[in-house]
Design a protein around this ligand. Structure first.
Ligand code: HAS
Length: 542
């Protein structure tokens, strides 16, 4: 990479790991507090720690890493270097996000925003918290604009050619983000900021939650799509194989764009104020969004199997033998894929109305997202780091760091097995999520949950050790010997002509996305704005 592009990417990646470290400390502390092991000095509360943990991990770590990774990939595949304007947009976006992020963090540290990462009204935080959030969103829009600009320029200068798969996927990822963040931007700017400043007395809770989940569900696909970029584009190259089908990969991304936004109600199935018909419709759409993930699973298996066959293996699972198990760049993301099988199954459970009644607001849901974002996504991002940092710094991955990386992955998996496993199990026994330590006056059910909470705390401690090892590994990557590391971009099995060009008809896809969103949301939102709705005065959390 051009050193100027490398600096931009590295600034994002290092910020992401700093957030991971801080978020990990908060996560470890809150898991120990929740397990009932001990109380913290200085009045540091469970909800304060949980807010810091959620925001630093789920918003800061992911967003910075994703933008850095996408910028590296578009520079590598679309022109070899970023256009000066793109670099400027990238840095301006970075500066605004960082400024906003600092506002948010300071407010959390001052205990004036212990409202968790979903910042549900009527819990009210200090206005600076919401200003910070707005700045983060605006900054990310500029970063997204940079990606679009590089892509549009590439298309203009390569008329008639199929865009590189990485570039195409980066555009879908940022498009998803831009469309999704409109919801949270409206919530924050129109509802929460005026209300927290005291300009409005009440807040329409139903509407604010709906706007949040309009954003909140595609947010999880914003984490997933870069993970899929690694699985589709990078992994085939690392195993010495090929991408099974460029067209299938693009189609699955387009389907994710279409179906991941009009589904927010599956987070609100247990809420009053939304008619069952609209919940039903959004659940149907939720099952549609599972399809591209099943296509991804199919494509990955096909890629692995064709690679195995090309290397002379036979039998149903012969291909497993020729995978590069000792290469952490493959091993960590592959473990992420494995975890995604039960994680995805858990998602399907969540989306089923009757079963949602059993698991909603229990620790099962926390277990679900620790398996999805904190395992499948996080391990994939770790796997990317082991080659991305050497590519930028002009160094090589040493066998020592490679081995430590494998130990780190295994440790993470063991920690997660304890933590997420216990969360799933105790969730089914009814233990609520987002609740500080309590035995409910020694109620027999709550007493039954306690061993699981201890298992969660043990898992939390193992995960923290794994997290520290990851930070050590990142530091070691900077001390590795100088050398050249290739940016691993896979080649497709099929020729370029095999990919239908309509997949790049953005006008059509954006129009269908808009129609689906309007269809799924217009009537329920009109109901929420109707004369029968009341505003809530709000609860100041400090
Ligand atoms: Fe979810 C709640 C439904 C996927 C994250 N989800 C959450 C929350 C988060 C989250 C953070 O319907 C909590 C939000 C909160 O704080 O309240 N989720 C789904 C469904 C899917 C799904 C249907 N979720 C994700 C992903 C996430 C994520 C991905 C993060 C990255 N989720 C829900 C619902 C709720 C929910 C409800 C609300 C619950 C409630 O009541 O509050 C689907 O997209 C899942 C599809 C996935 C698959 C798996 C495909 C497998 C692949 C791997 C192949 C492996 C290979 C290796 C090839 C169908 C691609 C094999 C090798 C061998 C050797 C075997």
């Amino acid at each position: 990479l051009d050193p100027r592009d490398g600096a931009l990417v590295l600034a994002h990646v290092l910020f992401a790991f700093a957030a991971l470290l801080l978020g990990g400390i908060a996560g470890m502390l809150q898991s120990v507090v929740r397990g009932g092991a001990y109380t913290l000095p200085g009045g540091i509360g469970y909800y304060q720690l949980l807010t810091a943990h959620g925001i630093l991990m789920a918003i800061v770590f992911t967003t910075y890493f994703i933008i850095g990774f996408l910028y590296s990939g578009i520079a590598r595949t679309m022109g070899g270097t970023l256009l000066p304007r793109v670099r400027r947009l990238g840095w301006t976006g970075y500066a605004l996000m960082t400024l906003g992020g600092l506002f948010v963090l300071i407010m959390i540290l001052l205990d004036k925003a212990s409202v968790l990462y979903t910042f549900y009204a009527p819990m009210k935080a200090a206005p600076q918290f919401y200003f910070g959030l707005a700045l983060v969103v605006i900054g990310s829009w500029l970063s997204g604009a940079g990606i679009f600009y590089q892509y549009i320029y590439w298309r203009r200068t390569h008329r008639g050619k199929l865009s590189p798969l990485f570039g195409f996927m980066a555009v879908v990822t940022m498009l998803l983000w831009q469309i999704a963040t409109i919801g949270v931007a409206i919530e924050v700017v129109v509802q929460l900021i005026p209300w927290s400043l005291g300009w409005t007395e009440t807040v329409n809770v139903m509407l604010s939650r709906t706007l949040f989940w309009y954003f909140g569900h595609p947010l999880v696909y914003f984490w997933l799509l870069p993970t899929y970029i690694c699985w589709y584009v990078i992994i085939p190259e690392l195993i010495g194989g090929k991408i099974y089908s460029d067209a299938l990969a693009r189609l699955s991304f387009i389907l994710l764009l279409l179906f991941s936004i009009p589904v927010g109600f599956h987070h609100q199935l247990m809420e009053p104020g939304i008619s069952p018909l609209w919940k039903y419709i959004q659940v149907v759409l939720t099952f549609m969004v599972v399809v591209p993930s099943l296509m991804t699973a199919f494509s990955l298996f096909a890629s692995f199997e064709l690679n195995g066959r090309a290397k002379g293996t036979s039998g149903l699972f012969g291909w497993v033998k020729v995978l590069p198990w000792k290469d952490v760049r493959f091993f960590a993301p592959f473990m992420g894929m494995l975890a995604f099988i039960p994680a995805g199954a858990g998602g399907i459970v969540n989306a089923s109305d009757q079963m949602n009644a059993v698991v909603h607001n229990t620790l099962w849901v926390t277990g679900h997202f620790h398996l999805t974002v904190a395992t499948s996504v996080a391990l994939t991002f770790f796997g990317i780091t082991y080659w991305l940092v050497p590519v930028i710094t002009g160094r090589v991955l040493t066998s020592k760091v490679n081995k430590l990386g494998i130990v780190q992955t295994v440790l993470w998996l063991v920690g997660m097995l304890f933590m997420s496993g216990a969360m799933h199990a105790v969730g089914l026994l009814g233990s609520p999520r987002r609740t500080a330590y309590t035995t409910y006056q020694n109620h027999p059910d709550a007493v039954l949950w306690m061993p699981y909470h201890v298992a969660m705390a043990i898992g939390g401690v193992i995960l923290f050790a794994a997290l520290i090892l990851m930070i050590v590994n990142v530091a070691l990557l900077f001390r590795a010997p100088k050398g050249t590391t290739a940016y691993p971009i896979g080649q497709s099995e099929a020729p370029e002509e095999a990919t239908p060009r309509f997949l790049e008809r953005w006008g059509v896809w954006i129009a269908i996305t808009a129609v689906l969103i309007l269809f799924a949301y217009t009537i329920p939102v009109m109901d929420m704005l109707g004369p029968d709705t009341y505003g809530a005065p709000g609860y100041q959390t400090w």
